[in-house]
Write a protein that binds this ligand. Structure first.
Ligand SMILES: Cc1ncc(C[n+]2csc(CCOP(=O)(O)OP(=O)(O)O)c2C)c(N)n1
Ligand SMILES: [Mg+2]
Length: 362
C-alpha cells in the first residue's frame, strides 16, 4: 500500500518541525520565516509569520480586485483568471520553500507570481499590455516568467505545466542541487493523460517535485463530482507509490505545514509528493464567466466561514493582540503597492511595433 495519508492519518510532525527551522525564504511571504512549531499536523505560526502571511495574502487579494476592476474598465484585454479565495495555498507553500525552488502553474497565476516576489508593477503592466510588463506587454495574464524569481509560467494549455514542472525537477536531479519543483495544477487538469506520464517518470527517477493540486471544486463550469471518477486527489499517485495528502487549502497553517512535510520528503531524495489543496475560487472561472453553475449561497458560505485572510486576521487580533491600527497600516501599504501598479500599468507606453518581430522563433 502506498503511503497515501489522509487528514486522519498519523502526523509527520517531527521531520516537518525540523524542516521548519533555518530555511531561507524564496518569496516575500517567506520573509518572516522563523522556527514554526508543529502541533499534530498543523504548524503553529509565529506572530511574525502570521503577519507576513496576512500581508502577502492581502496583496494578492487587493491586486486581483484591482485587476478585475481594470478589466471591467477595458484596460485589460484577453484572458484574466482570478485567484481570489485561493491565496493561502501559494502563500503557505512559499513560506515553506527555500531560495532556488521553482514554481510553475497554469493560467490562474497572478498570485503565484506575487508570492514568488515578482513585482506588482511588472505583473499589472503585463496585464495591460505595456512595455514594463514581464513579457514586455506581449504575453498577457497567462504568459509571464521570471528566471530571477524561479517562476516558470503561466501556461494556458491545461495540464501542460505538469510535464514541464516534472522537467524542472529532472534538471534539479541531474544537476545534483537540492531544489524542489513546485508544480501547481487544477482538479480539472488532474484528469489529463500527461499528468500520469509525468507521475510515472517522477516516481521512477525519484524526482524532487511536489504536485500541488488546487482543488477549487470546479473546472470551468463543471463540478468536480461530475468530471472525476476519483475525487480524492491525494490518491491519484497510488499506482506509482507517490504519497499524497488532502489539505485544508483555506488555512495557511495547514498549507504551510503540508508544504514543509512535502519539501522534507523531496529534499531527502525520496521522489515526488502530492498535495491536494482543498480550496475555493470566489470569482468565476475567468472574467467572462457569470458562474451560474453554483449558488450564491455556496460562495457566501465559503467567504464568511472559511476565508483564508479573515482567519489570519482574527488570530492576529485575538491571539497575538495585534492592534487594529497595525493591521490598518499593513492594509494601507498593500493598497499603495496596488495603486502604484495600476498607475504604472495605465501610463507605461505600449510596446513599440518593432517588438512584433522579437522573441519569436524564426
Ligand atoms: C488542453 C486544454 N483543454 C481545454 C482547455 C480549456 N480550459 C481552460 S481552463 C479549463 C478548466 C481547468 O480547470 P482546473 O484544472 O480545475 O483549473 P481551475 O481553472 O479551476 O483553476 C479548461 C477545460 C485548455 N485551455 N487546454
Ligand atoms: Mg478547478
Amino acid at each position: 500500500m502506498a503511503a497515501t495519508r489522509t487528514k486522519t492519518a498519523p502526523a509527520a510532525a517531527k521531520p516537518a518541525a525540523k524542516a521548519a527551522s533555518g530555511k531561507a525564504a524564496s518569496g516575500k511571504a517567506g520573509a518572516a520565516k522563523t522556527s514554526g512549531k508543529m502541533s499534530g499536523k498543523t504548524a503553529l505560526l509565529t506572530r511574525d509569520q502570521e503577519l507576513a502571511a496576512y500581508r502577502e495574502m492581502l496583496l494578492i487579494r487587493r491586486f486581483e480586485e484591482k485587476a478585475g476592476q481594470m478589466y471591467g474598465m477595458g484596460l485589460i484585454g484577453g484572458f484574466c483568471h482570478l485567484y481570489i479565495g485561493q491565496e493561502a495555498v501559494v502563500v503557505g507553500m512559499q513560506m515553506a520553500s527555500k531560495q532556488g525552488d521553482q514554481v510553475i502553474t497554469g493560467y490562474r497565476d497572478h498570485g503565484h507570481m506575487l508570492a514568488t516576489g515578482m513585482s506588482a508593477n511588472g505583473v499589472m503592466a503585463e496585464l495591460t499590455g505595456r512595455r514594463g510588463g514581464y513579457s514586455r506587454g506581449k504575453g498577457g495574464s497567462m504568459h509571464m516568467f521570471s528566471a530571477e524569481k524561479h517562476f516558470y509560467g503561466g501556461h494556458g494549455i491545461v495540464g501542460a505545466q505538469v510535464s514541464l514542472g516534472t522537467g524542472l525537477a529532472f534538471a534539479n536531479r541531474y544537476r545534483g542541487n537540492d531544489n524542489v519543483s513546485l508544480t501547481y495544477f487544477g482538479d480539472g487538469a488532474a484528469n489529463q493523460g500527461q499528468v500520469y506520464e509525468s507521475f510515472n517518470m517522477a516516481a521512477l527517477w525519484k524526482l524532487p517535485v511536489i504536485y500541488i493540486i488546487e482543488n477549487n471544486r470546479y473546472a470551468m463550469g463543471t463540478a468536480v463530482t461530475r468530471a472525476s471518477a476519483q475525487t480524492d486527489f491525494s490518491k491519484r499517485g497510488l499506482s506509482f507509490n507517490i504519497p499524497g495528502e488532502q489539505v485544508d487549502g483555506m488555512d495557511i497553517r495547514e498549507t504551510y505545514a503540508a508544504g514543509l512535510r512535502a519539501m522534507e520528503w523531496c529534499r531527502a531524495g525520496k521522489g515526488p509528493y502530492i498535495l491536494e489543496m482543498q480550496t475555493y475560487r470566489y470569482r468565476g472561472h475567468s472574467m467572462s464567466d457569470p458562474a451560474k453553475y453554483r449558488s450564491k449561497d455556496e460562495v457566501q458560505k465559503m467567504r464568511t466561514e472559511h476565508d483564508p485572510i479573515e482567519q489570519v486576521r482574527e488570530r492576529l487580533l485575538k491571539d497575538w493582540k495585534v492592534s487594529e491600527d497595525e493591521l490598518k497600516a499593513i492594509d494601507a501599504s498593500v493598497r499603495d503597492i496596488v495603486a502604484e501598479s495600476a498607475e504604472f500599468a495605465t501610463n507605461d507606453p505600449e510596446p513599440d511595433p518593432s517588438e512584433l518581430w522579437t522573441d519569436i522563433l524564426k
